[in-house]
Design a protein around this ligand. Sequence first.
Ligand SMILES: Cc1cc2nc3c(=O)[nH]c(=O)nc-3n(C[C@H](O)[C@H](O)[C@H](O)COP(=O)(O)O)c2cc1C
Length: 375
Amino acid sequence: MHRPLNAMFNQNAFKLGLFSPNCSGGMAVTTVPERWDASWANNLQLAQLADREGIEFLLPIARWTGYGGETDFQGDSLETVTWAAGLLAHTRRLSVFATAHASFMHPLLAAKQFATIDQLSGGRFGLNIVCGWNQPEYAMFGLNLPGDHATRYRYGQEWWEVIKKSWETTAPFDWDGEFFQLRGARCSPQPIGPGLPPLMNAGSSQEGREFAARNCDFLFTVMINPEQGRDEVARIKALAKAQFERELAVFTTTYVVCRPTQREAEEYHQHYAVACADTAAVERLMQLQGMYAQSFPQDMIDALRVQFAGGHGVYPLIGDPDHVANELARIHAAGYAGATLAFVNYLEELPYFAAEVLPRLEARGLRMPAAALPE
Ligand SMILES: Cc1cc2nc3c(=O)[nH]c(=O)nc-3n(C[C@H](O)[C@H](O)[C@H](O)COP(=O)(O)O)c2cc1C
């Protein structure tokens, strides 16, 4: 059952979220002085602005150590569970996700924290599950990143099943699994309901996709271009239907440089992502993504270097408002249910995007004006 109070289930045909504002630098691996400062004050102001503009959700990156370089990209990051709680307490409509690394949190602790946030927000919480890829972070926690991918996803599956059971049964239960042995487990209060908080996963591997198809409402994937994405979306949705008889909405992630003219947008992109790229951090990020994650095709990682500096390697939307709106419409036409956005400086750039691009999406029937969305 989908919960009416969560913006992830509103009537907009194409949903929008902001990705990674909890991390220093956001998604842009650049040394420009206006790069994102992920302070609490900035995050709060941004969440309230996004709430007013009818943006559906905020999605954090759970990052525990930075990527080094001149700026230590993502070296400062607000912890996502407490961040989500704080922002939900100060907003009215938008959904805020926490991103949880299954291995770093006991599932019963996680279940109780998520239920508490869902209670305090009136059902606006969302959960993004990460099953693991970033080896240095595992070393930091004194854990071995299981070498084989399948074990990571089996762990994530059991972790989620414990949480779900604690949310769906009132009587204390015992659990004897591969990874957890629990006695008299329970979680009270449970999420506010009706239904469970929206669940997302962003794995790109076969196991990641199956995890999403089996469990999630939303799968986030990195898109190379909308044409290629179209086949992928169709395949993923077909997998969810055929194997699990489930509907799965597929989202992708983008970064935005929107300026009054195409030329201004391209010049600014060239400035921050080429001339002022934090090259050492870009190399480190690409090296780690290449080695441990399958989000990006291996043979494309080199070609994607500028995109990594521009926005963590995801799909660029660089241009005037017509171009950006057209690109988002193409993404929708390829079958995606929504996209995340990131800006070099979210607070400085979101107002222009909201003023110029959102009305163009409304005119195409992809979204409703913020004033028409339910409070
Ligand atoms: C939109 C999106 C959000 C993600 N968020 C995080 C995150 O916050 N922390 C993290 O360590 N990995 C994050 N990832 C990485 C994936 O969730 C996943 O762990 C990684 O791709 C490895 O899984 P795979 O091998 O199945 O692709 C994200 C990926 C995408 C596309």
